[in-house]
Design a protein around this ligand. Structure first.
Ligand code: F0G
Length: 489
């Protein structure tokens, strides 16, 4: 079986084809420094079979950085479908042979917006928003899913599964449909947005609603994936991370390889921060960049186990270089274990996660880059979301944690007003319209355990609809009133 897989993976290898030869050297390696066990790239495992540690895909590559930049720029003008994908355009970074059976929906190619209103809100002179919500299914998950489903085909999987707060599910459902694979998604009942549920239903997935939260779903799905014919594509699967890491290349490519000082992402299960950190680190190893942007992660206060851990070790101002040398906190493997949150709460349902699977990998990336981890309140997230909306950009609630977090970091002096900052928006504004409408109609409540705990989120930047009579005068008056109430930003 393994031999057959190796044959598929190395098909197309020819003498002198450095590109393919380099990629076939990829293996999976346990992240624990005390273990470091290696596994064949096509072994269908999700964690180390010796010590249970998470796995990295690693490969040696000695490409010329300038040649790579030229090649990737040339592909922007190509009509070949793998070149049109913002993930497969950077395929030299991926562990596949040239003729891999790519399953693509032309993912990636997401815009970077200049965001002056959000910048002013944060106390910055400028701010870039990299909008991963502009992917085919409306979230960043597509950049990882194209790679994970391609690997599922190589492995001969029949059924692909995930646990999800909604976006992974929608993405998996779409890519599985493209690949004609059976697909089952496990979601916490009543805790994912209608839009995400609708997508998964429409793409034909078997939607299994669980009486429990995301962490329960994740536990059960990992047990299910012990069955050989079932392939798990949550971000514990290192191939998901491989796809998502290409966002680092696309982001830098779009900026003419100008390295930001800070890249800020929301944190849930912590696959995205892991992937971006891996992407930047590999680009530095290849010589395409000579320093890492500081990678920071923002969680919701009610679902912030990673932020709690970070604060307990590094303090609220994050890990400064001085702190690193004093307390040797730079070695992630020496950190205490993350304490899961039993019953996480946030209106940003995408990141309502109490036991993030990839926290060690994410910690490693944050520490290597000199970034930080923090959490923001429901109020901060809701207001930041409305501000991003006023840019004409919009995003889903979890994504707005970035702008809320940046505002905090600027106020705390961790980010300077002149620094070059990129916030990664992870989901589209239409992913959660219930939330948007409730905010603008002053009807948004945080989800406490019991009704009495629910607190109203103030609609600071509200824009409610106005009922008008069907007359010219009433409409002009409505417009006038609207203008006078929208000057607050
Ligand atoms: N933003 C959005 C919109 C998400 O959907 C998620 C995760 C995150 C941020 C956090 O990313 O987990 O890599 O740290 N959503 C997952 C899901 C859990 O099932 O859709 P992360």
């Amino acid at each position: 079986m393994k031999q057959k897989l190796r044959a598929i993976r190395s098909r197309g290898t020819s003498a002198g084809n450095l590109q393919t030869a380099a990629r076939t050297t990829a293996t999976q390696r346990c992240i624990n420094p005390s273990c470091g066990a290696r596994f064949d790239i096509n072994e269908r495992i999700y964690v180390c079979s010796s010590c249970g540690g998470l796995l990295d895909v690693v490969q040696e590559s000695t490409r010329d950085p300038e040649q790579l930049q030229t090649l990737w720029t040339r592909r922007l003008a190509s009509f070949e479908s793998r070149d049109r994908s913002g993930v497969w355009r950077y395929r030299e970074l991926l562990p596949f042979a040239d003729d891999a059976p790519i399953v693509s929906l032309a993912e990636g190619n997401t815009p970077i917006y200049d965001a002056p209103i959000s910048a002013a809100y944060c106390g910055l002179h400028a701010l870039n928003l990299k909008h991963q919500g502009c992917n085919p299914t409306g979230s960043f998950k597509d950049t990882g899913m194209t790679v994970a489903i391609t690997q599922a085909l190589i492995l001969g999987a029949k059924t692909v599964v995930c646990a999800s707060t909604g976006n992974t599910a929608a993405s998996l459902a779409a890519y599985a449909a493209r690949a004609k694979l059976q697909c089952a998604i496990l979601v916490p009942r009543g805790q994912i947005s209608h839009a995400k549920l609708a997508q998964s239903l429409d793409y034909g997935a078997a939607v299994l609603e669980l009486d429990g939260n995301f962490d329960d779903a994740m536990r059960v799905i990992r047990e299910l994936a012990e069955d050989e014919s079932i392939y798990l594509v949550n971000s514990i699967n290192p191939f998901r991370i491989e796809g998502q890491k290409t966002v680092a290349a696309e982001l830098l490519h779009q900026r003419g390889w100008r390295i930001p000082d800070h890249v800020v992402v929301p944190g849930g299960n912590l696959g995205n921060s892991t992937a971006l950190g891996k992407g930047f680190a590999e680009l530095m190893d290849l010589g395409l960049i000579d320093r890492l942007p500081r990678l920071s992660v923002v969680q919701a206060e009610g679902a912030g186990p990673f932020a709690n851990l970070f604060k307990s070790v590094a303090g609220s101002a994050g890990v400064s270089t001085a702190l690193l040398s004093q307390h040797s906190t730079s070695d992630w493997s020496a950190w205490p274990a993350l304490t899961p949150i039993e019953d996480p709460h946030t209106l940003a349902t995408a990141i309502k996660i109490g036991a993030p699977v990839s926290w060690q990998k994410s910690l490693r990336a944050v520490l290597a880059s000199g970034g930080t981890v923090l959490s923001v309140s429901e109020q901060e997230m809701a207001d930041a979301k409305a501000i991003i909306g006023r840019e004409g950009v919009g995003c889903e609630p979890a994504s707005a944690s970035t702008v809320a977090g940046i505002r905090r970091l600027v106020a705390d002096g961790v980010i300077g007003p002149d620094e070059d900052v990129v916030a990664v928006l992870t989901g589209h504004v239409l992913k959660d319209t219930d939330y948007v409408i409730k905010y603008h109609q002053e009807n948004l409540f945080s989800d406490g355990d019991v009704l009495a705990d629910r607190r109203k989120v103030a609609s600071t930047y509200r824009n409610p609809p106005t009922l008008v009579k069907a007359t010219r005068e009433a409409i002009i008056e409505g417009l006038r009133r609207h203008t006078s109430t929208q000057d607050t930003v």
